[in-house]
Each structure stands twice: as structure tokens, then as C-alpha cells.
Design a protein around this ligand. Sequence first.
Ligand code: NAD
Length: 511
Amino acid sequence: MATDTLATPAHLSDTQTRVFKNFIDGEWVDSISGETFENRNPADTRDLVGIFQKSNKEDVNAAVDAAKRAFAKWRLVPAPRRAEMVFRAAEILIERKEEYSRDMTREMGKVLAETRGDVQEAIDCAYYMAGEGRRMFGPTVPSELPNKFAMAVRQPVGICGMITPWNFPMAISSWKLLPAVVCGNTCVIKPAQDTPLSTFNLVRAMTDAGLPKGVINIVSGFGSMVGTPLAEHADVRAISLTGSSEVGRIVGGIAAKSFKHCSLELGGKNPMIVLDDANLDLAIEGGLWGGFGTTGQRCTATSRIIVQKGVYRAFIDRYIERAKKLKVGNGLDESVEMGPAINEKQLQTDLSYVEIGKNEGAKLMCGGNRLDQGEYKYGWFMQPTVFIDVDPKMRIAQEEIFGPVVSIIACDNLENAIEIANGIEYGLSSSIYTRDVNKAFTAMRDLYAGITYINAPTIGAEVHLPFGGTKATGNGHREGGIGAIEFFTEWKSVYVDYSDKLQKAQIDRVD
Ligand code: NAD
């Protein structure tokens, strides 16, 4: 018998291997296609984490139908009651934090300290969004006319489709699902094919917290087979994608055709500026954490470090010395600092950029190789890699690699640093290390990105502030904070005329 349970083990098959079914209308069901795919541990591919449904358009249709039925009732549940379920989900997640973190390290590879942080982010998001259920403020304004009342109220959008990436498997699902359900929407989510288990775990917590059937439905599978039909479905009124800019262009194009709400949170190539007056110890610590945390697989990863010439040599010497010593390995080992790439394809991409960097003339000072001997034999490991003397126009300084490859670029002064920082197609995160308040404020104003950190690396967002970026990083929406409530609601303006006569706005006036 299966060892895992949802309360009872209904979502599993009766074999030893954990088989996860789609979750539609409160039931765990096989894909209509009858096909499945494997989820394996990227640190040790002999470890089969689970078998998931390889779904198709028909499964999407069934899930959307269930969400549609559930929406008729869920939208009428008072928002504070909806929010209470989300609050309970937070408490369940706290109880299960260790179990879900270990599941996540097994399916995604990042170290336990980080997967605990990922689950914590879902907990934080749940508490924050539970509070929003008692706010959802709208304006009440004086009318232009006597005996007339004017206000605007938030209404749910309807059925929301969600498509997530693999790097923050629970946090990103929570950023989408939790505000959506608090606002009275119902959801169909397609988790990334590399890390579906963490979304299943989040939804289990929400189901156990009392969420009615059909409010959240999961359809697992691949982008074109599940993500595309979800984005295309006529009954889906909002689509929220976090992923690459390439897929963002596809999904945004599909959503535009039927005028869906569409939130795109996409790639990044994030700069960290280190000025001559910076606390170098702090900058080196930050640059290591930002560059190699999550194996560089964060949309906000510090992939470019722009260092002023006065401290360039001192910075690179010490940074490289530290990067060489980072302990790479299986994230379940608490002493490991950097896990594997998510899969073979990503590892090959990372390694191909090492060749690109070398051919472009950047100096490879550290790493650059695959690790595949001994303990690394069955995983997708690579050394922490640092290039120096990188020209800002080189591909390794322009393109999102999404791996443990950091490019260090020299700059003359603050103005030059900001020009280099902004000289890319993305605009997600940015940071500056300086002790000069004037320079810090200039950077806060002039870095054209959705996030700027002062004296911290480019990673570390908190759930109650807007999250997202400029240019090719997205389409202007923000997750986190109040932006999520904005996205998952429609405004309705309501006018109540209690004058008992026809009053004509803009026309009936005494001048
Ligand atoms: P990806 O774009 O390959 O996939 C993202 C999701 O889209 C997956 O669920 C995938 O199955 C689905 N998808 C793929 N093709 C599709 C299609 N044609 N139609 C519909 N859906 C499709 O990205 P990934 O490799 O999972 O994640 C890495 C990317 O995500 C990086 O570019 C990273 O910067 C970005 N990211 C952005 C943020 C952010 O908030 N800005 C956060 C995390 C990751």
C-alpha cells in the first residue's frame, strides 16, 4: 500500500511508488489520456519522487468545468470566511513544514534551509492574504448629485488559470492560489513538470483547512499539453504565469485574444553594484548568497556583479576564493551550500554558457565544470562558476542563464554602474552596496527594475510588497502585496440614487 495520505490515501494508487493523480472537483482522478510521467530527484536520479499524470486538454476542460460549478457558490461565501480557511492552511503548513521541505528538496534539489524558506513563504503569504479577506477596501466617494451614493466594490474575476515554474515550487503557487481564493475566485493550476509535488502539498493543506471541492483543481503535465489549453479556455477569465520570457510571450499572446486578465512574471538578469566605499565583507557575503543560492536558479539571482575599479581586484580575489570553497551536494545534507541543477537540460545550458563566456573572451576564474564523480554520479551537479573582466555586452552578461554562473564587470563610477545595470532586456531585481546615502538614493531612483536592495543582494523578497519587474520581466502586474488583490478582482462601480427622480450626471448641475 502507498505510504502517503491526504487524511486518507485516496490520491495515491495502491503501489509502493507514490502515484499522484489530478485533483478535480475534490476527487483524485487519473488523466483521461491514461499517461503519466516521472518526477525524479535531481541530486540522485535513482530516487523516484513520484509518478504524476501527463494530462491533456480534456483534463483541463474537466477541471475548468469543476471550477465553474464551484465558483457559483464560492463567490458568495463572505471574504472573511474564505480568508479563515487560508489562515487555517497556514497553521497546517506550519505543522507539516519539515515534511514538505524535505519533499521539496527531493524534487527540486535546493538545500533544506532554502526549501524551509520556500514553505515559510507560503505560510507568510497565507497569513497576509487571510488578513486581506477583512480588507478588500474600495472607495466610497461623494456623488456629483444630491441624494445619490457612489462607491466601488471588488468582485472576483471568475475562473483563474495558473502556470508555475519549478524554482519556488510552493511559494509561487501560494502567491497565486491564496489571493485568488480569498478574492472569491476558483482555480485550475498547472504546476511545473519538474516539481509538481510541492503544489500538491500546498493544495492538500488548503483542502484539509476546509476549502470546498472544485475551488482549487490541479492538472499536472507539460506546457503545451496543459498550459496552452488552460490559457486558451474561453471560461478562464484570468491567467497567471510565472516562467521564462519566451513562454510569457506565448501565453500573453493567447490571453490577449480573449481579453483575459494576464499576469506574466518572467526572467531576470539581476545586477549587484559594489562601489568603492562599500563594506566589502558584506558585499562578498551577499554576492555569494545571491549568485549561488538556489544554484543560481532564482529569477532574482545575482547573475551580474558590477564592481567599481577601486575595489575590483580586492573584491574578485576574495569572492573567487570563497566561491571555490562552497560545498556542493545533495540538499538533504544540512552542511551542503549548493544543490544540483534542476535537470539535465538546465545543466547543459549552464555548461554551454561557460563555453560561450570563454569564447567571448571573459576570464573563467573558478568552476566551469560538471561534477559527476563519486557522490555526484547520479545528479546534475556543476561547480560554482565565476567569470571576471566581463564586457557588459557579452552574452553571459545579457542573457538569463539560470545557473551558478556569475559575471563580474568593472565600472568607473555610479553613473557608469547604473548604465550597465540598466543595459539589458530585463528589469526584475537590482542592488547596490555603498555607505553613501546620496548614492544609495540615486540608485533607488535610477535603477530601472521592479526591486532594488540597498546593502543586500538581489534576492530576498517579502510577500507583503509588490513583486515583479520592468521590460521583458513582465507585463506590468505585480504579485505579492496589494497587487495580487488588484489582479484577482474586478472593480464594480455602484451608484445608488435615492432622490426618487431622474438625475442626469454631468447635465443636471447648477452653475
Ligand atoms: P518555463 O517558462 O519553461 O515554464 C514555466 C511554466 O510554463 C511551466 O509550468 C511550463 O510547463 C509552462 N509552459 C511551458 N511552455 C508552455 C506553453 N507553450 N504554454 C503554456 N505553458 C507553458 O520556465 P521554468 O524553466 O519552469 O522556470 C524558469 C523561468 O521562470 C526563468 O526564466 C525564471 O526567471 C522565471 N521565473 C520568474 C519569476 C518571477 O516572478 N519573475 C519567478 C520564478 C521564475
